[in-house]
Design a binder for this molecule. Structure first.
Ligand code: BTN
Length: 279
């Protein structure tokens, strides 16, 4: 792992929050997957920054871009990801896997599994995965994942897995429209957590799952995703663009598509949409 690719930052002395700095993150990372850690005080979006990495900045192996805040954080389906400083986690894992673009959903799957497992280990919260990749606690969103690709002639040059996790933001600090649907580690536990501890745990999980995916194929990751899912086995409503359909979420297929059994008995495979879990 290199040690000098970034702006250094530590939470200000006397701050109520535990230190959050590039060096501490580097010191906590294990497993040999993460070659470089880039740390920025503020970027437009860590995903955007990752997609813009030049050939000379790009390491052979994986790297990670972390920011204290984002001015234009991106969410799924063209939404914004509000990213104030000092509270939460915003980072992008940059990978160069030898897989075809259609299998990139597997990267999102291992990211969701890693986020859920790491948050469970660090915080004790019962984090579950809502299809496709929302990290949830008691029906509220605590984290989200956005995977973006740079590909060329059917080959992935760069896979960017962006993750945002609400760590120390208080319930009252959420924008009006997010109250009721979003939560944070602090809102759920009443405690302040080290963002360094959480992000290193997620990266260590993700590094392990990435190696396993490359070595053993997709099945272990899909099985773990299904085990952690809140969606599988539920009656759900799915909004797909202009269309809304309801049915029973049977499972996900090998490409991470949701297999939905409609009331008519017809089965649909869904690649993208917004799920509401009914019962
Ligand atoms: C979602 O809509 O659920 C996905 C949210 C993903 C947010 C993260 S924050 C770090 C990375 N950079 C971005 O601009 N977005 C992702």
């Amino acid at each position: 792992m290199t040690t000098s690719d970034s702006t250094q930052r530590t939470s200000s002395p006397g701050s109520e929050f535990p230190p959050f700095s590039a060096d501490e993150i580097r010191a906590g990372i294990r497993g040999g997957v993460w070659e470089k850690v880039f740390f920025f005080e503020s970027v437009d979006s860590t995903n955007e920054r990752a997609l813009a990495l030049t050939a000379s900045e790009l390491p052979e192996r994986a790297s990670v871009i972390i920011a204290e805040s984002q001015t234009n954080g991106r969410g799924r389906l063209g939404r914004r990801w509000v990213s104030p400083p000092g509270r939460n986690l915003y980072f992008s894992a940059v990978l160069r896997p030898a897989i075809v673009p259609k299998d990139a959903t597997l990267l999102t799957i291992i990211a969701a599994v890693s986020g859920a497992v790491a948050l469970r280990n660090r915080t004790g919260l019962e984090v579950r995965i809502k299809w496709p990749n929302d990290l949830m606690v008691k029906g509220r969103k605590i984290g989200g994942i956005l995977t973006e690709l740079r590909s060329d002639s059917g080959k992935i040059n760069l896979a960017v897995i962006g993750m945002g996790v609400n760590v120390n933001i208080e319930a009252a600090e959420f924008a009006e429209e997010l109250r009721g649907i979003a939560t944070s580690v602090r809102a759920e536990t009443g405690e302040i957590f080290s963002r360094t501890g959480i992000v290193t745990e997620i990266l260590n999980e993700l590094g392990g799952w990435y190696k396993r995916l490359m070595r053993e194929g997709r099945q272990p990751a899909l099985t773990e995703w299904i085990r952690l899912s809140s969606t599988v086995g539920m009656e759900v409503r799915v909004v797909i663009g202009e269309e809304t359909i309801s049915g029973f979420a049977e499972t996900i297929d090998d490409e991470g598509r949701l297999i939905l059994r409609l009331r008519s008995g017809v089965t649909r495979r869904i690649s993208s949409g917004d799920v509401m879990e009914l019962r």
